[in-house]
Design a binder for this molecule. Structure first.
Ligand code: ADP
Ligand code: MG
Length: 343
């Protein structure tokens, strides 16, 4: 057992009846990093987190947090972790300040220290203006931020962030991402679960893709993307007559299958990243240059990131079956996208 690992699991299993929610998961999470657990609804992310946070007992395998066994040394584990997301201890009827003060006092901070820390966190999380408002009146994004603030009142060694941005609008997502980066900069290890490839890409250094309770791919985000392909180039031509030529040029330039869109001037090609050191954008740029050299006029082009759908297609030959797990787990994470009230 290496002490450089914040989390180490071997063959971890958790069953609910005959549902193997976690079905033999091996994880090695280096300390001091953000580790992404990426998977669709019902994949087993929350169950894994709950076992690691000692909220659920595993049915098989082993799990250690900073070397402490989650069953035998549960107290030691609890002393080093903090959990946010669906279980935050924030009280809806209290204001932002009151919540952080109360939790700070519970953690044993003196009154002035608790007050300072609360003000500091509210300011850092862009909640100063909402400090004296009851949390039940917060938007989804503000609520997520106060949850995270509460969970890092005292800097934990390991922070579980369970789908911290599901349902948030882009601006709130960016704010949460900034917070996660700031938390890691303080030395905290973060286990981040997410359904969004771009989120894992933004934050995590390593990613495990989980599906039906199993890890189906693991690696650095570079490795994962290379195995999946880096995205798709969409090209719109000036002249539909040039499309067969464009198809030929792109096929060679990108070493990929080119798809002809229903629109007669449009083509789509996968940038697969295989056998080249070039990034997706560079590959796309050189393909565009090749089109220009052949006298093919391109009016418009875009390079899209691969989506979780595409990751799953590449890894499993099917799309994630997100719709099927109609469970409490879904309901817990369900939140409609909403606008932040003007501050
Ligand atoms: N408390 C529970 N009782 C019974 N089944 C559960 C419970 N929690 C989760 N499950 C099931 O375990 C599987 C994994 O759920 P979960 O870990 O919540 O997935 P995720 O967090 O990736 O969406 C799902 O099939 C879900 O229905
Ligand atoms: Mg979940």
């Amino acid at each position: 057992m290496s002490t450089d690992l914040a989390i180490e699991t071997t063959g971890l299993v958790k069953v609910f009846g005959d549902n193997r929610a976690v079905d033999g998961v091996d994880l090695r999470v280096p300390a001091g990093t953000v580790y992404g657990l990426l998977g669709p609804n019902g994949a087993g992310k929350t169950t894994t987190v709950k076992v690691l946070a000692t909220l659920l007992r595993p049915d098989g395998g082993e799990a250690r947090v900073f070397g402490h066994d989650v069953l035998k040394d549960a107290d030691a584990v609890r002393g080093r972790v903090s959990l946010t997301g669906q279980y935050a201890s924030v009280d809806e009827d209290l204001t932002g300040t009151e919540n952080l003060l109360l939790l700070g006092r519970l953690l044993g901070h003196g009154k002035p220290a608790a007050r300072d820390r609360a003000a500091q966190l509210l300011s850092a999380f862009g909640l100063s203006d909402a400090a004296d408002r009851q949390v039940k009146n917060y938007s989804g994004g503000m609520r997520r931020r106060i949850d995270i603030a509460a969970s890092i009142l005292s800097t934990p060694d390991l922070l579980f962030l369970d789908e911290p941005t599901t349902g948030l609008d882009p601006r709130s997502r960016n704010q949460v991402w900034d917070i996660v980066r700031a938390v890691v900069a303080q030395g905290t290890t973060v286990l981040l679960t997410t359904q969004y490839l771009d989120e894992a890409d933004q934050l995590a250094s390593r990613i495990a893709v989980i599906d039906h309770g199993r890890v189906i791919a693991e690696g650095t985000k570079g490795e994962l993307k290379a195995s999946v392909g880096s995205g798709a180039v969409h090209v719109r031509l000036r002249d539909a007559h040039q499309r067969p030529d464009a198809e030929r040029v792109l096929t060679v330039a990108l070493n990929a299958t080119v798809q002809l869109d229903p629109d007669p001037v449009a083509l789509t090609a996968r940038v697969n990243g295989h056998g080249t050191e070039l990034g997706a954008a560079e590959q796309a740029a050189s393909a565009l240059a090749e089109l220009a050299r052949e006298g093919i006029t391109v009016d418009n082009f875009s390079l899209g990131q691969p989506s979780l759908d595409e990751v799953f297609l590449a890894l499993t030959d099917r799309r994630p079956d997100t719709g099927t797990a109609g469970t409490a787990a879904n309901a817990e994470n369900a939140e409609t996208t909403e606008k932040e009230p003007a501050a």
